[in-house]
Design a protein around this ligand. Structure first.
Ligand SMILES: Nc1ncnc2c1ncn2[C@@H]1O[C@H](COP(=O)(O)OP(=O)(O)O)[C@@H](O)[C@H]1O
Ligand SMILES: [Mg+2]
Length: 269
């Protein structure tokens, strides 16, 4: 999987310049996190990865092909986008119908749909809710329903737009499982999140957006060590990392174990 953006700009019809010259390369299947303050341009950016939005100028290339060459419906087979708000995505009368809809549109066989349904329903925790109306699901279940509906289509890359929003610990663990299992199956997951603990627990590469630009695009350790730059983007490192920075630890740590190890090492010197 390869997503490439070259000097890409996007201006909304209202005149808002949401993206101001983005150069980006995402290649392979290593999960990538995108973080940044509200309004930074994260959603606008990822909506370009499957053609929901088209660049005002510059280029978006998916596996080397210009996004302009195909329709959004065609790109959706390759890259699935899961909306931040499930209500923007769910519109059928049962979870099962939501899961079948996309696959039927792209001509997946009934057998394959049945087969995938079992796996996906278990993965997203809705095996016993297939005949429930999405309106009757809890907000967490709705989110997992919209995630399942996209995984059902078997795209090679998936974009999660703030899946951690409103999730409890169990929800985050399930998301972690989903991301890991998709990676094992060779799929790329790109995730927007405000939950920095979730980010450092699950992603090696972190992209920080700020005012329509990519501010940082590095390994998580490098990103969260740049405290001053992060302040600019109103991103705060995970709690344990901040405590370590406050205590003067010279390495960026994400776990209590790492904190203790580095603390002991520094004390020895
Ligand atoms: N539909 C829209 N019409 C006009 N401006 C928009 C629209 N959606 C987003 N914007 C503007 O584009 C900028 C980036 O928004 P968005 O991509 O939603 O940021 P994020 O996902 O990081 O919160 C913001 O200034 C926002 O006000
Ligand atoms: Mg957004």
């Amino acid at each position: 999987m390869k997503i490439e953006l070259r000097n890409m700009r996007y201006v909304y019809p209202t005149g808002d310049e949401a993206l101001k010259g983005i150069d980006l390369l995402i290649e392979g299947i290593e999960p990538v996190a995108i973080i940044g303050q509200n309004g930074a341009g994260k959603t606008t950016l990822v909506k370009h990865f499957n053609g929901i939005l088209r660049p005002t100028s510059g280029e978006v290339l998916i596996n080397g092909e210009n996004i302009q060459n195909c329709s959004t419906a065609q790109w959706s087979k390759e890259v699935g986008y899961i909306f931040q708000n499930p209500d923007d995505q769910l519109f059928l009368e049962s979870v099962r119908k939501e899961f079948e809809f996309g696959p039927l549109q792209i001509g997946m066989s009934k057998e394959e749909i049945e087969e995938r349904m079992k796996w996906v329903a278990t993965l997203v925790g809705l095996s016993d809710k297939l005949d429930i109306h999405p309106f009757d699901l809890t907000s967490t279940e709705k989110k997992f329903c919209s995630i399942g509906a996209i995984i059902m289509m078997n795209p090679n890359a998936m974009i999660f737009d703030e899946p951690t929003c409103g999730q409890d610990v169990d929800g985050n663990l399930r998301l972690r499982k989903i991301i890991n299992e998709l990676k094992e199956r060779g799929k790329l997951c790109i995730t927007i999140s405000h939950d920095m603990k979730f980010v450092v627990d699950n992603f090696k590469r972190v992209i920080v957006m700020w005012k329509g630009k990519v501010l940082l695009d590095e390994k998580a350790e490098n990103v969260f060590s740049q405290v001053e730059t992060l302040k600019k983007s109103f991103v705060s490192p995970p709690p344990i990392t901040k405590v370590a920075q406050g205590a003067g630890l010279r390495k960026t740590v994400f776990t209590t174990e790492a904190f203790i190890k580095v603390f002991e090492e520094q004390r020895m010197v």
